[in-house]
Design a protein around this ligand. Structure first.
Ligand code: EPZ
Length: 440
């Protein structure tokens, strides 16, 4: 296993080219299961999760060729309708094979993905949606089995705007005769990108990016090509890193409108931002000012995937306290303990006074949590230490901490980080960071 060794205290100066979005690439690649024809997807990042997705497509029967950042998916043999546990357990997003395979073959067997470091991650919203479309759901030895004699269009109201459930239901409904409506749909840019690709394949989807998506089923989908949107979480990670270390960083190949909520908070912290159509420049001269409160929300709110790096940034504010309320995942604070090893002062906050104790947890309606909150007390600095990544974004938070800390930080289990960031250490080396990858 690899680890990163970071000697902190250097500001970031230069230009980084952003990779394509991991969270858009995964559903788009898996949606090629909906057609027998050739599809080519461009701007796909080189990362572990993409490699797992390629292995999954090959297992199911597709021929997959990677040509740099482009991936060509062609038919090879009749598709299997069962996803293997050893791939699903490595990447929960494998559950997104359910939608396409159910749509084409009216049956699919997928191992229940199980939880991960950030929460239980159930798929009840996916399954309720499939039932509404006419599928039966049964369970056997840890697998969920979906079957349907006939799928029919339906109006589905999601109890929570789940990204994965919206993607799975989009992919299953594009081949169902009649009309399907998904209400309270997720509005993330990755949903819009998936819908754009499906429409290029001949699907009839309207309203992606809004809360109500309309689909008119078609008989079949043809092959198509697509260029994936930039990775907004990679953009946010580098912007936060520069805010912590100080410096002058240009990010090329971005969609600034995908990170609006973050840009607002960074400006309030004292960052100087120049925004262009597909480029963001950030300059930061001094330590960040403290922001009183951050609440993670569904898009277009502050993204849960940037909560961990943000927590690191607040450790470097000179004074004051930042309340961070995590409303999407129920235990996305594993990074706090690792930051504390570097000298961070982070405490679990009681619910704000006046907030009804009996406020029903959104989990009871499926999705979201009741707003677990921590308070970061800005001390202005952290000290390098050996720490351990527990998931993709917790790992990113530790990289930000190591870059801005005094002294040397060693981050183990960087395979978590490699799942969602393409060559992050090389990109950071290119802008002056002292970070290297070594064999553990
Ligand atoms: C996607 O996960 C992303 N992953 C996550 O990014 C991201 O954090 C998340 O959306 C929220 O934006 C990919 O796109 C591959 P959800 P997903 O369904 O689809 C609960 C990263 O670091 N829920 O919107 O799993 C769930 O437990 C990853 O790149 C149910 O209760 O997110 C969570 O509390 C981490 N039942 C909340 O809803 C369900 O059936 C949001 O989940 C589905 C979800």
């Amino acid at each position: 296993m690899d680890k990163f060794i970071i000697d902190g205290g250097r500001s970031l100066k230069g230009t980084i080219t952003i990779s394509g979005s991991k969270n858009a690439s995964l559903p788009i690649l898996l949606s090629t299961l909906l057609t027998q024809e050739i599809c080519t997807i461009h701007q796909v990042p080189v990362s572990r999760d993409i490699n797992t997705t390629i292995r999954l497509l090959e297992y199911l029967g597709k021929k997959v060729e990677r040509l740099g950042h482009s991936i060509k998916v062609s038919p090879r043999r009749p598709l299997k309708t069962y996803a293997p546990y050893d791939l699903v357990k490595q990447m929960r997003a494998s559950v997104l094979v359910a939608g396409p395979l159910l749509a084409r073959f009216k049956k699919v067997r997928v191992p229940l993905p199980g939880g991960c470091a950030i929460g239980l991650r159930p798929i009840n919203i996916h399954l309720e949606g499939f039932k509404a479309l006419g599928a039966s759901v049964s369970y056997q030895k840890g697998d969920v089995i979906l079957k349907a004699n006939r799928l029919k269009g339906a109006s589905i109201k999601l109890p929570f705007p789940s990204v994965g459930a919206t993607e799975n239901l989009l992919m299953s409904s594009v081949l169902i005769p009649g009309r399907t409506r998904i209400q309270n749909a997720a509005r993330e840019p990755e949903i819009v990108d998936l819908a754009d690709f499906l429409n290029r394949m001949g699907a009839k989807i309207r309203g992606a990016g809004k809360s109500v998506i309309h689909i008119v089923g078609v008989k079949e989908l043809h092959g198509a090509w697509h260029a994936v949107i930039p990775d907004r979480i990679e953009v946010g990670t580098f912007l936060i890193a520069c805010s912590a270390t100080g410096g002058d960083l240009i990010l090329e190949g971005t969609c600034p409108e995908h990170v609006g909520a973050l840009l607002k908070k960074l400006k309030a912290c004292g960052a100087v931002l120049d925004i262009f159509p597909n480029r963001i420049r950030i300059r930061m001269k001094s330590r960040p000012r403290t922001i009183g409160e951050i609440k993670t929300e569904v898009f277009p709110g502050f993204p849960t995937d940037l909560q961990a790096p943000w927590m690191t940034l607040m450790c470097f504010s000179r004074q004051g306290r930042c309340r961070i309320q995590e409303n999407i995942f129920e235990k996305r604070f594993m990074h706090a303990a690792e930051l504390a090893r570097m000298g961070a002062q982070i405490s679990v906050a009681p619910p704000p006074a006046g907030e009804a104790k009996s406020a029903p947890s959104r989990r009871s309606v499926g999705g979201g949590v009741d707003g677990t909150t921590v308070v970061v007390h800005g001390t202005g600095h952290l000290y390098g230490a050996p720490v351990m990544a527990s998931d993709i974004r917790a790992g990113a938070a530790l990289i930000v901490a190591g870059l801005a800390a005094r002294g040397r930080t060693e981050i183990s289990r960087v395979y978590h980080i490699d799942r969602g960031y393409e060559k992050i250490e090389e990109k950071l080396q290119g802008v002056g960071a002292r970070i290297k990858r070594v064999k553990e």
